[in-house]
Ligand binder design. Structure first.
Ligand code: SAM
Length: 409
């Protein structure tokens, strides 16, 4: 089998030395991967082998010059198999690129030849992308929403994630299937011997089900752990449409700080009636809050923002929201709040499905749900009763509000 070829261009070729280690190093020695690292400075021909210069238009930092990059990339292309019209797929790591994911790693693992261009400083002169795109497919790929000093760390991560998907690199191919992100959920927790570990006086046990030998029970436990873990750490990955039919045509996402201003407008609009009914007798928190309060709450709750689908890249209108968290006073309860739907989309089951979605995030050890609504909001109270909630006497119920609770089934 022809090895998958990987070319990396960098001003720090030594940075790529870890590609000689562990499974990727072995894959190179086994002829599965053909990794070639090139020094960009070999294509800078002045006395100082200069690869950067100050930016036109001013601004901080330096920009990588186009000529060394063009020459280096042309040299990579020219070193391809003689007589074949193949070119590499060029990946340029950059914080403004498409997010790197397991799906992208899988797709790149199908390609015979990948080349990586490691930027430094403020990045590459934009014309390098044009030069490259005239010769080969180019994709800018981001490792995540943060800024690194250079592309080398991103290349190490990408080559490892892609390389381990190639046949023969990971000994047990089954272990690839069961991993986090392979089917949209995170992996379950794993344990090994000893079953009971005396950790300097604290005894830590392996969950009994894993020692039971009951494969059905083990599979069930593991699936539940995957759902709980995903709900707790990455609720944005949960399959929303599985719990919510009315939401199927809408864009449902975990809210980000960029959503905060619209969430504030939505909650103010949706709670104005309650505020008018309160006639100033009570504080209605969704009306009293300011932008900073909403931003802070995004860190304390998992909030979903529901939008109509984007048109021509412009975000669609925010039409609904809900939020949930472990109850701060009682860890066995799951608190749901700020269920809001715009007036023209009410009555279509959106509220019901959002409530179910918020409940579905509750970890396995939660035994009940809790929420608060306005004492005069009879329509809301009927809605929650239909969803299985009952009125309870809360210890900290604020004036003008009533508490509802529901046992988890
Ligand atoms: N000024 C650039 C910007 O704001 O987009 C950031 C340049 S960064 C300091 C230098 C180099 O690090 C980039 O050219 C890229 O190669 C790499 N880099 C930084 N953050 C990255 C990320 N999140 N994913 C992939 N590569 C990254």
């Amino acid at each position: 089998m022809t090895p998958v070829r990987v070319d990396v261009v960098s001003i720090f070729p030594d940075y790529l030395a870890p590609l000689d280690l562990s499974l990727i190093g072995k894959a190179r020695r086994d002829g599965i991967l053909d990794v070639r690292v090139h020094d960009l400075r070999d294509h800078a021909h002045d006395r100082h082998r200069t690869v950067d210069d100050s930016p036109f238009g001013g601004g901080a930092g330096m920009v990588m010059k186009p000529e060394p990059w063009a020459e280096a990339l042309d040299a990579v292309v020219a070193s391809g198999p003689a007589g074949e019209a193949t070119v590499p797929h060029l990946i340029v790591p950059g914080p403004g690129g498409v997010p790197f994911s397991q799906a992208l790693a899988r797709s790149l693992a199908q390609e015979p030849w990948l080349a990586f261009a490691c930027g430094r400083y403020e990045g590459l002169d934009e014309r390098v992308y044009e030069h490259a795109a005239d010769r080969m497919p180019v994709t800018v790929v981001s490792l995540g929403d943060y800024v690194l000093n250079g592309g080398e760390v991103a290349v190490l991560a990408m080559v490892e994630a892609v390389g381990r998907l190639l046949p023969g690199v990971v000994g047990n191919a089954e272990s690839l299937v069961e991993e986090s992100h392979e089917d949209g959920l995170l992996e379950y927790p794993v344990y090994t011997r000893p079953a009971s570990w005396d950790d300097a006086g604290t005894v830590r046990e392996v969950p009994a089900v894993l020692l039971s030998g009951d494969h059905g029970a083990i599979a069930g436990w593991r699936h539940q752990q995957r759902l709980d873990r995903t709900a707790g750490r990455r609720p944005d990955l949960l399959p929303v449409s599985a719990t919510a039919r009315a939401l199927a045509d809408l864009d449902v996402r975990v809210a980000a700080p960029a959503d905060a201003a619209e969430l504030l407008v939505l909650q103010r609009a949706c709670w104005v009636r309650e505020g008018l009914a309160a006639r100033g007798r009570w504080v209605v928190p969704p009306l009293a809050e300011e932008l900073d309060d909403v931003l802070r709450a995004l860190g304390e709750w998992t909030t979903y923002a529901v939008r109509v689908p984007a048109v021509d890249g412009a975000p669609g209108r925010l039409v609904a929201s809900v939020r949930a968290r472990r109850h701060p006073d009682d860890a066995t309860r799951w608190e749901v709040g700020r269920l809001a739907v715009v007036p023209d989309l009410q009555g279509r089951g959106l509220g019901r499905d959002l409530l179910a979605l918020a409940e579905s995030l509750a970890p396995a050890d939660v035994t009940g749900f809790a929420l608060t609504t306005g004492v005069l909001e009879e329509g809301n109270q009927r809605f929650y009763k239909r969803a299985g909630y009952r009125l309870v006497t809360g210890e900290h119920t604020p004036p003008g509000a009533v508490d509802f609770a529901k046992r988890r089934r």
